[in-house]
Design a protein around this ligand. Structure first.
Ligand code: F3S
Length: 396
């Protein structure tokens, strides 16, 4: 891979240990994927923030980089393993919290904004159409590529951090026009009516278009929250982190409809619900906010919970970005939801928090959330609409 003189100097250690290490990571990656050069990125979003996933080896890697590493571009963080302020209230063990705080301190030292959210595009890191970025949270990568038309591969935690420290990323994959072309048409022949249906649709399309870029037809409109849910599930269940929807996403008009075609009908959506669900009747936990809740979703939950009471047998979590929670405080939504017995949990999510053994089963409106609650925290899944999640747990 071609390197400029300035990049060579970084590789030779002239800008210090962290910059050298970062350049080594990018060069290795560029060589593996056949990139011809590095390009500048406008922003970075780093995943691999939870101590639950990083462990001591990850903490040591970050502490070493933080000795002389400083980010060159605006960089935000994916969720950590706990609410950084109220972790005690959520029963996070103290030794875990100490380690998690050390992880966050390392990121802070490097000049990273401690946003801890998987929806940076709704909080504080909104890219523009056509911009090259280096993001690592899969749902955010898919949203940024597909809905915004920014360009990023799905970076791993170390390669995103390397991009942040150098301001560069290898020029390959979804940064290139030719790799953004759709390979398969997916015709939707049923009404997709709410956020969980969009999650189920992502399940169907992800499975049908594994490692491909779908071109979706038959959708007349979709809200940001629905597209956020879809972005999360379609990539979780198999497709590349980019899709086009005719008449909705900004790059769809650049392409002809691909010849290969699959059709999704009402029965497929029904089947997706039954495949995502486990056989479970009782739930002791409800989780809304995968991806993190927007202010509109929180407003809607507040409307549904007004003057209601959640059963004391169930813990009800809303995960969101701290910034969005602060807005919810100001608008009065927090008070309504907390009065009903719901809890806000910021900076984290159920997939990356140490919750194994704490809850037996989770009810959620997120197809991705269900997948990771089972995979990372061994919970059984009840996947339902948001309205159902609330109806089931409020006292009658
Ligand atoms: Fe976000 Fe966690 Fe879901 S990072 S997309 S809330 S699994």
């Amino acid at each position: 891979m071609y390197l400029t003189k300035e990049e060579e100097k970084i590789l030779n250690g002239e800008e210090g240990y962290a910059a050298k290490k970062s350049m080594e990571i990018l060069v290795a990656l560029g060589n593996i994927y056949g990139a011809e050069k590095l390009i500048d990125v406008k922003s970075v979003q780093v995943a691999g923030v939870s101590y639950y996933n990083l462990g001591d080896a990850g903490l040591e890697f970050l502490s070493d980089l933080a000795k002389d590493g400083k980010v060159k571009v605006f960089t935000t963080l994916n969720p950590a393993g706990m609410d950084l302020v109220n972790w005690m209230e959520h029963k996070i063990p103290e030794d875990f919290a100490q380690k998690q705080n050390l992880v966050v301190d390392s990121f802070r030292k490097m000049g990273i904004t401690i946003s801890c959210t998987c929806i940076p595009y709704l909080a504080d890191n909104l890219p523009k159409f056509g911009e090259h970025i280096a993001w690592s949270e899969s749902s955010a990568v898919t949203f940024a590529n597909s809905i915004i038309g920014a360009r990023t591969n799905k970076e791993g935690g170390p390669s995103a951090l390397a991009a942040a420290i150098t301001g560069k990323t290898p020029f390959y994959g979804l940064h290139l026009d030719e790799n953004r072309r759709p390979n398969i048409q997916v015709e939707i022949k049923t009404h997709i009516k709410n956020i969980s249906d969009w999650g189920a649709l992502g399940y169907c399309i992800g499975k049908e278009t594994e490692n491909m870029i779908p071109y979706i037809t038959g959708i007349k409109k979709a809200s940001v929250d629905e597209l956020k849910s879809f972005s999360a599930s379609v990539v979780t269940y198999g497709s590349k982190p980019l899709f086009h929807i005719k008449g909705i996403t900004p790059e769809a008009k650049n392409y002809d409809i691909p010849k290969e075609k699959v059709v999704i009908e009402a029965d497929d959506i029904k089947k997706a619900y039954s495949e995502i669900n486990d056989d479970v009747n009782e739930v002791d936990f409800v989780w809304i906010g995968c991806p993190h809740c927007s202010i509109e979703e929180i407003a809607y939950i507040a409307r549904l919970l007004k003057d209601k009471r959640i059963s004391s047998d169930v813990e009800f979590w809303i995960t969101t970005a701290r910034k969005i929670k602060e807005l919810a405080d100001k608008k009065g939504y927090t008070k309504i939801i907390e009065n009903a017995g719901g809890k806000f949990v910021c900076d984290t999510c159920v997939a990356v928090a140490p919750l194994k053994g704490r809850f037996k089963s989770v009810m959620t409106n997120s197809a991705k959330g269900g997948y990771y609650s089972r995979a990372n925290n061994e919970m059984k899944i009840k996947f339902r609409s948001l309205e159902d999640c609330i109806n089931v747990v409020v006292e009658k």
